[in-house]
Ligand binder design. Sequence first.
Ligand SMILES: Nc1ncnc2c1ncn2[C@@H]1O[C@H](COP(=O)(O)OP(=O)(O)OP(=O)(O)O)[C@@H](O)[C@H]1O
Ligand code: SF4
Ligand SMILES: [Mg+2]
Length: 381
Amino acid sequence: MSKPKPTDIEKRVSAAGSTVTQSSETLLEVSDLTTYFRSSRGLVRAVDGVSFKLDRGKTLGIVGESGSGKTVLARSIMELLPRSGLERNGSILFEGTELIDFGPKEMRPYWGAQMSMIFQDPMTSLNPVMKIGNQISESIREHLDVSKQYAKELSEQLLVSVRIPEAARRLDEYPHQLSGGMRQRVCIAVALACGPKLLFADEPTTALDVTVQAQVLDLMATAQNERFMAMILITHDLGVVAGRTDEIVVMYAGRIVERADTKTLFSNMKMPYTEALLKSIPRVDQPSHLRLSTIPGRPPDLVNPPEGCKFAPRCAYAQDRCTQEEPPLREITPGHEYRCWFPVGTPEGAGALANNRAQGTTATGLVFQEPEVATTTRGDG
Ligand SMILES: Nc1ncnc2c1ncn2[C@@H]1O[C@H](COP(=O)(O)OP(=O)(O)OP(=O)(O)O)[C@@H](O)[C@H]1O
Ligand code: SF4
Ligand SMILES: [Mg+2]
């Protein structure tokens, strides 16, 4: 698909908001980030020691089931969490500046102009009683010193760039007058308005039907390439990140359990959890009537997680060691790290499966079910 050329105004927006450099230097470096919430039951360890790097212009996928900490991680980096009861520690370097001690006041110049977010729920992230044009212009004028008229022109161009038909007329409409797909495009326009260097897209297509999903993801990819913007694409669906990301981190119970470049993650995944997640997405070579498997059990309680490996109660490979010792996140080959004592596709993993198969249960008493062969080429892009 040929990319539409950016308009003059879009180029200026991009230039005004960011210094576009075609280098691969690190934009964001998160180290040992913890985000806990104090609750009556104890500390909710929503993000528990997460580290990763993201280079300019690159896309990182963050994947995990509901409650694994994806949204809290993104909001924690952007300092968009309620402060009461919050404990946030670690390091967040953005272009070399440490943000961990920044509050909303210090973060304000960063929001929109340096990093922005497409929120999980497009219905609630737009103001229902404010015209779409005003919502975009307001965001532009907060960061760019431009006239009202210029901000309006910019808003219209942004709506055109996210393929909203009759953009001029839409500026005077309210969110409820648009379809779900159109509303999500408006959210993208708002997020892009000041040319951020980093865009968080939190489940940007979950509320949309499948054909609109692909269009919205393509649109975001085009916008990203034109602006040389880095993106963090958050989803519970490995199918969404296949072919759309440079690297993927898989989260479970607030931790990274596997990280690899996209191709490696799909072709040579090592975590049984990643394998189980992959089984729960439709495959192009599978008849559509086949039931997708779901991962047995539930994610752990983040206040009182199990000893040892947090995935053990649900893992087909689990052995006694898994219930006693938590595996560390280890970089086994350059760029590929995971937390597992009995990894997929290794002699240790095969031995664990053979043991559980023979006994009919795992070390945590789960009825043994054969994992499917996980190898797929879906990540090739
Ligand atoms: N303000 C808060 N106070 C206490 N716990 C919270 C708060 N916000 C989030 N949590 C908890 O943190 C955990 C991680 O939540 P988060 O929203 O990041 O999950 P997620 O991976 O984005 O899930 P989903 O796919 O459903 O969006 C959940 O257990 C959630 O209940
Ligand atoms: S094999 Fe053990 S360590 Fe690996 S994911 Fe399963 S329970 Fe965790
Ligand atoms: Mg979420």
